[in-house]
Design a protein around this ligand. Structure first.
Ligand code: GLU
Length: 296
């Protein structure tokens, strides 16, 4: 990147957005440092967000532990920390807006029904899985009449909400030519949200999807450079679409490598032996950790 490009992004706001569903591991530490360095090296601001929307998986003990681990690592962040559960209304407003545009619909399908349908219409169902989001939804509930939707809801069927992605793209593209998001390292990326099909906006248990929450949160925290692991590169296509639909400014993105353990596997929260807590207990210091990342 040229010096002038760097100076244009002085003063950026970056964030680290962990989900408190387990103890943080080295992969999280790397991601947090990456975001913090991206901000500090440009005289910017480093923000923290607790992504605790998923009440079934997130626990307060993990939230307390992650704040403690990040402080132990020597990181500091802007206050207040944004906690998703304190902002439920923001996500509901987002859903209402999409509903008002007529581009989300209730989906009554179970996972099993979706897989059965995918298998029925496709010879190679694994091709229908993308970006870790499960199979591309075959559209079963998209054409349901309003009467049928109402009958199902009245008879107590639980439903999620899905975005009618093709309609959503049409609406956005009608109004703007430029359908690209910005990768700080690789420049303009043509947005291709269609590769995900009709993805979930709100789950059956009422929790809003990661995708909807993350774009609302990043905008609320004025994040203008989102840094995160390479595994989340593809979903940026749908985040971009949601930003356009909700008229939110699209930040720039930068992706970092995923840290691997000694077996060449990605670190996982379920493996407590690899957590920062466990390393602390073994006497490993933050300086050793930072050195191992290759940060200076
Ligand atoms: N909460 C997500 C995670 O823990 C991070 C998502 C993001 O950085 O956009 O994987």
């Amino acid at each position: 990147m040229t010096l002038s490009a760097i100076s244009q992004i002085n003063g950026v706001i970056t964030r680290f957005a962990p989900t408190p569903s387990g103890y943080l591991h080295l992969g999280h530490a790397y991601s947090a440092f990456f975001a913090e360095r991206a901000a500090r090296s440009r005289k910017g601001t480093f923000a923290l967000r607790i992504e605790n929307n998923d009440k079934a998986r997130c626990l307060e003990k993990y939230e307390r532990a992650l704040l403690d681990d990040l402080s132990w690592l020597g990181l500091s962040w802007e206050n207040p920390v944004r906690r998703q559960l304190d902002h439920t209304q923001d996500y509901l407003n987002g859903i209402s807006k999409l509903k008002g545009m007529g581009i989300i619909y209730p989906c009554f399908c179970s996972r099993k029904e979706i897989w059965n349908e995918v298998n029925r219409i496709s010879n190679a169902p694994h091709n229908a899985v993308i970006g870790g989001l499960g199979p591309i939804y075959p559209g079963t509930c998209r054409t349901m009449t309003l009467d049928e939707q109402e009958n199902r809801i009245l008879s107590g069927h639980q439903h999620a909400f899905r975005l009618d992605t093709m309609r959503a793209i049409q609406i956005v593209r009608r109004e703007q030519e430029d359908f690209h998001w910005e990768d700080l390292d690789y420049g303009k990326q043509a947005a291709k949200p269609e590769i995900f099909g009709d993805f979930i906006i709100a789950r059956k248990d009422g929790a809003t999807s990661y995708h909807l929450s993350v774009v609302i949160d990043d905008a609320a925290q004025s994040v203008d450079l989102v840094t995160r692991g390479d595994d989340l590169r593809d979903v940026t296509h749908i985040h971009f679409l949601l930003q356009k639909l909700l008229q939110l400014k699209s930040p720039r993105y930068q992706f970092h490598r995923l840290l691997l353990d000694n077996n060449g596997e990605r670190y996982a929260k379920r493996d407590n032996a690899q957590s920062l807590r466990a390393l602390r207990a073994q006497g490993i210091t933050p300086v050793q950790i930072i050195k191992s990342f290759g940060f200076t």
